[in-house]
Design a protein around this ligand. Structure first.
Ligand code: ADP
Ligand code: MG
Ligand code: MG
Length: 211
């Protein structure tokens, strides 16, 4: 059985910093089409701040690490996505308070709590063309794969694949939340930046556990 240790969590966070840096322009270009062309810039600023502050909390338990990541994101990302991603990481941290390893139940519980936090805070649902459109299919697939007895590694990979299905789905629908909702039907045909960044983060976790 695969367990994620604290060092794995820190390594994954550093991998996410790199993923966001590599996709800064891509995410910003997606946001240029239906928003204000800053999503990649916002997240890159936030995750670079996470990287720079990491040594201040990387020796703490996993819950504390994730809560700190969330607080750094809230104070540095800005826009709509900053408080939402910040809430996601803070809620994940609350669920695993005091832990130094994570098993598959912890990972499901974290993801569930984080996504609930985003939904409460942003009042969006699947189909509104937001980050939820890749996160919720990922969570559903993760739970399904684990309940079928597939290992954590395979389950996270399946989750990432279904997150990507959600990203593609956002092209076909009109935005109901966030800046893109100002465009209404004119947002159809464009891929949601936040759904894309959420997918990229999940894919980064999948690539890490695959190594
Ligand atoms: P802003 O729109 O303030 O410039 P960003 O560009 O950083 O913020 O983030 C935009 C993304 O935030 C969108 O692509 C969408 O996925 C996500 N988003 C916006 N509003 C919500 C919401 N209410 N719930 C969930 N996600 C949202
Ligand atoms: Mg924006
Ligand atoms: Mg903005």
């Amino acid at each position: 059985i695969l367990l994620l240790r604290k060092t794995d969590v820190v390594n994954i966070l550093n991998d996410i910093v790199k993923t966001i840096e590599d996709n800064r322009q891509y995410l910003t270009d997606l946001d240029a089409a239906i928003g204000d062309a800053d999503h990649g810039i916002n997240l890159d600023r936030g995750f670079k701040a996470v990287r720079d502050k990491m040594t201040q909390f990387s020796d703490k338990d996993i819950g504390t690490i994730l809560k700190n990541v969330g607080m750094v994101l809230v104070s540095t990302v800005g826009g709509a996505s900053g408080p939402l991603y910040g809430t996601f990481f803070m809620r994940m941290g609350n669920v695993v308070s005091g832990k130094n390893t994570l098993d598959e139940n912890d990972i499901v519980a974290m993801f569930e709590a984080g996504l609930s936090g985003i939904k409460e805070r942003g009042k969006a649902q699947v189909g509104d063309k937001t980050m939820i459109d890749s996160m919720e299919p990922a969570l559903n697939e993760l739970k399904k794969a684990l309940s079928e007895g597939r290992g954590l590694k395979e389950a996270i990979e399946a989750a990432a694949n279904n997150a990507y299905n959600g990203v593609l789905m956002t092209k076909d629908i009109a935005a109901k939340k966030g800046r893109a909702s100002y465009l209404g039907e004119r947002s159809i045909g464009h891929q949601d930046p936040g759904a894309t960044s959420a997918y990229l983060m999940i894919k980064t976790v999948a690539d890490y556990v695959d190594k």
